[in-house]
Design a protein around this ligand. Structure first.
Ligand SMILES: CC(C)(COP(=O)(O)OP(=O)(O)OC[C@H]1O[C@@H](n2cnc3c(N)ncnc32)[C@H](O)[C@@H]1OP(=O)(O)O)[C@@H](O)C(=O)NCCC(=O)NCCS
Length: 152
């Protein structure tokens, strides 16, 4: 299987930092990139948090992105980010499938910007269903319309 998950190490951070800078990706996710200092601080914090599951997605031996699961408002959430050169290869779909075997809490939730058709599809292919619509103000101060999806 060319896609696998493994724990993140400090040497993965430069690649993950570059991937979250991509303007096309940030527009898709409706989530702004972090500057270098904020990215390293945030990512090291979640890597050290035993309550957060954070994995690097490896595809054919390369760091293709990251995926994680964390608790928000008492609910277990899932999120992921794939580097642009790896899009369209089924990597996110495979990564979510593999995460679901590690993040065994149910129900699991995901929030997806309404225009993020690809991410919604990834989740639905893994058994998530839209349960409601919502909106929130992202860290850039932009109001984002989103779908909330649930598994289990
Ligand atoms: C959205 C994202 C995760 C998709 O990752 P990916 O590895 O390219 O997705 P997959 O290859 O597994 O595709 C899964 C399905 O979604 C579809 N899809 C993927 N990207 C799409 C897009 N931009 N538009 C329409 N459909 C798309 C694929 O065609 C596939 O559907 P199919 O099996 O019916 O053909 C990736 O583009 C990404 O990381 N974007 C930036 C960050 C982001 O949006 N993260 C998620 C926040 S909720």
């Amino acid at each position: 299987m060319p896609t696998l998950l493994r724990p993140a190490t400090d040497s993965d951070l430069p690649t993950l930092y570059q991937q979250q800078l991509d303007p096309e990706a940030t527009a898709m996710a409706a989530f702004p990139s972090r500057d270098e200092e904020a990215f390293y601080a945030h990512t090291k914090k979640i890597m050290a948090n035993e309550l957060v599951i954070f994995r690097v997605i490896v595809y054919d031996g390369q760091v293709a992105g990251s995926i994680g699961s964390w608790e928000m408002d008492g609910k277990r959430e899932v999120g992921y980010w794939i580097g642009r050169e790896f899009w369209g290869k089924g990597i996110a779909t495979q990564a979510v499938m593999q995460l679901l075997a590690i993040a065994t809490t149910r129900p699991l939730f995901a929030h997806v910007a309404k225009h993020n058709v690809g991410s919604k599809r990834v989740l639905e292919k893994n058994g998530f269903n839209v349960i409601r619509e919502d909106s929130y103000t992202n860290p850039a101060g932009v109001l984002v319309d989103e779908f909330v999806l649930k598994l289990g």
